[in-house]
Design a protein around this ligand. Structure first.
Ligand SMILES: C[S@@+](CC[C@H](N)C(=O)[O-])C[C@H]1O[C@@H](n2cnc3c(N)ncnc32)[C@H](O)[C@@H]1O
Length: 227
């Protein structure tokens, strides 16, 4: 019994990690012209509104909706992802939108090396909807946070686990969706001597358009400032 449970857990973790590989995502992106909308995420737009443009790192950028929008707002953007198919698409769209001079692209595999780019380098590090297995979460999110310069911001946007309870979203897998506390805990944010000031730790609801009509979904939104 015990052995069986253990075995099952291992299988599940391996399967969850399979969904974080270049092969999985290249196939997903390669199968269609466009997976996401091309527009920036609403939470990014809201959270960046009061920031002066500087250097930004978009982690797990996908097709670049966020990265390209940031470039259009005057940010110097580095966009990284595990999928070369996605990165090639970002390059094409950057040219189409005339922002290729402000967008750099890079390969990043969070499971192979959680640090996406230079340490303490970026004024803004943003990561939208990168859901990773619970055992991998601390290393990956600490690695990502490491790229934030002193005085810079980390912005994390994710699906909130409530969406599974309300039926708005199918379960991505055990522990994949998370609440703001998980980010705060792994970074020690909000503790007295913490390097991080908590600017936003919120779980707002928005309307998402679907073929069956609008759906109410909840996001996890965390914005931290490195002191
Ligand atoms: C749900 S999509 C979000 C894309 C984009 N951030 C957005 O909001 O439109 C998740 C992204 O994570 C990327 N990803 C998956 N596994 C990864 C890994 N191990 N390292 C880096 N990126 C990964 C995928 O290629 C995909 O683009």
């Amino acid at each position: 019994m015990h052995r069986h449970e253990h075995h099952q857990h291992e299988q599940t973790l391996a399967e969850l990690r399979d969904a974080l590989t270049a092969g999985f995502w290249d196939e997903r992106y390669g199968g269609t012209d466009r997976v996401w909308s091309g527009r920036p995420n609403q939470r990014l737009v809201e959270q960046v509104a009061d920031l002066a443009p500087g250097t930004a790192l978009d982690v797990a950028c996908g097709e670049g909706g966020d990265a390209l929008w940031l470039a259009e707002q005057g940010w110097q953007v580095t966009a990284v992802d595990v999928s070369q198919v996605a990165l090639a698409r970002v390059a094409t769209h950057a040219e189409e939108r005339g922002v290729e001079d402000r967008v750099r692209l890079g390969f990043y595999d969070a499971l192979a090396d959680p640090r996406p780019a230079g340490r303490r380098t970026f004024d803004l590090v943003t990561v939208s909807f990168l859901h990773v297995p619970l055992p991998d979460f601390p290393a990956i999110y600490r690695g990502i946070a490491d790229a934030v310069a002193p005085g810079g911001r980390l912005l994390v946007t994710a699906h909130h686990p409530d969406d599974v309870t309300t039926g708005a979203r199918h379960d991505h897998g055990p522990g994949l969706m998370f609440e703001p506390d998980r980010v705060l805990e792994v970074l020690g944010a909000g503790q007295p001597d913490s390097a991080w000031e908590v600017e936003v730790a919120d779980t707002p609801v928005r309307e998402q358009a679907t073929p069956d009509g609008p759906l109410l979904v909840r996001d996890t939104v965390v914005r931290l400032r490195r002191r």
